[in-house]
Design a protein around this ligand. Structure first.
Ligand code: PHE
Length: 342
């Protein structure tokens, strides 16, 4: 019995107690009700009466030893767990990482502004595909068979037969609208267009236009003038003047180029308006009766006006941007200048 107590004592001293599982095993084996020490106490009855007192004391010591080892190992494990929890916890004293806000692209700003202005006078918004066919880009718009705009130097054709192409203007959306809806139609159509041009500060092979179309009974050139006058004042300031110069487009008759008074020099003459006091913002005219007919609208009953403006052109004027290429280069030093503008 004495020997057994000594052996168990050695085992207890040597026990590996480095994790919770080992600790639990130790508790069951030595301290628990069915453990070794408990069974040794049961055996005490068989010890000779004169030795019983001593053996009893030894057993109590053994029990204390097991309990002490258990308590100490448990404390160590709890401390270790606490310190790893503390290491992984969030450090509230760290400085924050500044959250930088994105900015709207100047073309999106101008487009949104145009949309807002026209929506106030009853225009809704329409869109069409950038990949088009000859009918919507040219033929329905009254372009004669041999018109120079159909030539390779102007248009990106997508098929050998030249029927598929990248739209060269947003007037395609006019056609789609008139083909699918009945007048009255009052819509603006912003979008991207493509032309086969060398890229420079003043020209690009990809840019944006916004088209406007108003078709109803009794629409006149006076309505066109008044609509664009309202737009010019809202966009560039209430003292802006507007002027129409006779021009030609296959799909409008009569046609006119739209100029606004230079809002930078107020008509005095500067390098933005090339000393003329006027800047061009787009083309316009009364929808040609042939176009109405091509789209299934009776020109005897209905008339309409249309206009088209370059969004880059307006953005360049409004923000005095001198190089068209800045719009597509994604230079953050340029884009950040529009921070906070909505
Ligand atoms: N589509 C013409 C262009 O791209 C602009 C325009 C639109 C002119 C509508 C008149 C009417 O130059």
């Amino acid at each position: 019995m004495v020997e057994k107590i000594q052996r168990v004592a050695q085992e207890i001293e040597a026990a590996q107690l480095s994790n919770a599982a080992e600790l639990e095993q130790f508790r069951i084996a030595y301290i628990g009700r069915k453990g070794i020490i408990s069974s040794l106490f049961d055996d005490l009855k068989q010890v000779a009466p004169e030795q019983r007192r001593q053996v009893g004391q030894d057993l109590n010591q053994l029990k204390n030893l097991a309990q002490a080892r258990f308590d100490q190992a448990q404390e160590q494990l709890v401390n270790a767990a606490d310190s790893t929890a503390a290491e992984s916890a969030f450090d509230f004293t760290l400085p924050t990482v500044p959250n930088t806000l994105g900015t709207r692209h100047p073309l999106a700003l101008v487009r949104n502004e145009i949309n807002r202005i026209f929506s106030r006078i009853g225009f809704n918004l329409s869109e069409g595909p950038e990949m088009e066919d000859d009918w919507h880009n040219f033929t329905a718009l009254n372009f004669p068979e041999n018109h120079p705009a159909r030539e390779m130097q102007d248009t990106f054709f997508l098929s050998q037969d030249r029927d598929k192409l990248l739209r060269t203007h947003t007037s395609t959306v006019q056609v789609r609208l008139m083909e699918t809806q009945k007048p009255p139609l009052r819509s603006i159509m912003p979008g991207r267009v493509y032309r086969n041009e060398a890229i420079s500060a003043r020209a690009h092979m990809m840019f944006h236009q916004v088209e406007g179309l108003f078709v109803d009974k009794g629409v006149s050139f006076a309505d066109l003038k008044q609509t664009l006058y309202f737009f010019a004042k809202e966009m560039f300031g209430q003292d802006t003047k507007i002027r129409f110069r006779p021009s030609f487009f296959p799909f409008t008759e009569p046609s006119a180029e739209i100029d606004i008074s230079c809002f930078i020099c107020k008509g005095e003459g500067c390098n933005i308006c090339k000393q003329s006091g006027w800047v061009e913002i787009g083309g316009s005219g009364m929808v040609d009766p042939n176009v109405l007919e091509n789209c299934g609208i009776d020109p005897q009953v209905y008339s309409g006006f249309a206009f088209g403006m370059g969004i880059e052109r307006i953005a360049m004027l409004k923000y005095q941007i001198k190089d068209l290429r800045l719009f597509t280069e994604n230079d953050v030093r340029f884009l950040r200048q529009f921070e906070g503008v909505i």
